[in-house]
Design a protein around this ligand. Structure first.
Ligand SMILES: Nc1ncnc2c1ncn2[C@@H]1O[C@H](COP(=O)(O)OP(=O)(O)OP(=O)(O)O)[C@@H](O)[C@H]1O
Ligand SMILES: [Mg+2]
Length: 206
């Protein structure tokens, strides 16, 4: 059994808490919160299994955090993923949301948008779909040369009964575009507007 310590805590969303893997600093372990139904946690895992056969060498870059199965921990069942880190500092990458909430972000909106476009093209090309691609679910990884790339860390998958988007490029493109609009990430301005609305109306994490 893997023993997770409170010092290993990284961050959390509504459904899961994320910890540094105590035996491997390239990985994180996610633990479902007690109030969250198991089916919710497993939805993403099923999809990860489905896309595990994809040839990752064909990716421009690893645009989603890879999943490495479950482990038994002192906090219950844990789901293991690649930990996204900045190459410049080796620190855990901040999310796109963190950068959008910063007063003096080192990255311009144009730069962030370019990274979103690159991510979008990878999703279309490799037919990997993300249900919830809000900024909270995307890490902004800083590379050695100071440039950035966006990595999906949550919200991956789809539940289409007839998965046309898995089969045909046309439907894949339409689906990715629709999901981006639904998550209000068709532009950085749209995501900023969404963040503002959520913070004013609901006073919670956008
Ligand atoms: N692979 C990762 N690398 C680095 N940081 C991560 C990674 N996965 C998660 N995090 C951090 O932990 C936070 C919560 O993780 P995650 O989004 O998976 O939780 P969740 O409860 O499923 O989220 P939601 O509320 O969106 O459903 C993220 O916002 C991010 O700050
Ligand atoms: Mg999340």
């Amino acid at each position: 059994m893997i023993i997770i310590n409170d010092e290993d805590y990284i961050a959390e969303g509504f459904a899961r808490k994320c910890y540094l893997h105590p035996d491997n600093n390239q990985l994180c372990i996610k633990i479902g919160k007690p109030e969250v139904e198991e089916v919710h946690l497993y939805k993403e895992i099923k999809y990860y299994e489905k896309i595990s056969k994809k040839d990752k060498n064909k990716f421009d870059y690893p645009f989603y955090a890879m999943y490495h199965g479950t482990v038994d921990t002192n906090y219950g069942e844990g789901f293991v993923y690649d930990l996204v880190k900045d190459e410049t500092t080796l620190k855990i990458s901040k999310t796109l949301l963190d950068y959008l909430l910063m007063d003096d972000s080192p990255f311009s909106d144009d730069q962030l948008f370019e990274a979103v476009q690159r991510l979008k093209h990878q999703m279309i090309k490799h037919r990997v779909f993300v249900g919830d691609c809000r900024a909270r679910n995307i890490c902004c990884q800083v590379l050695k040369d100071g440039s950035i790339q966006l990595v999906i860390i949550d919200g991956i998958g789809h539940r289409d009964f007839l998965p046309l988007a898995d089969w045909f490029g046309y439907f894949a493109k339409k689906k990715v575009e629709r999901r981006l609009v639904k998550s209000r990430l068709q532009s950085i301005e749209a995501q900023r507007e969404y963040i503002k609305e959520v913070r004013i109306q609901y006073d919670t994490t956008p």
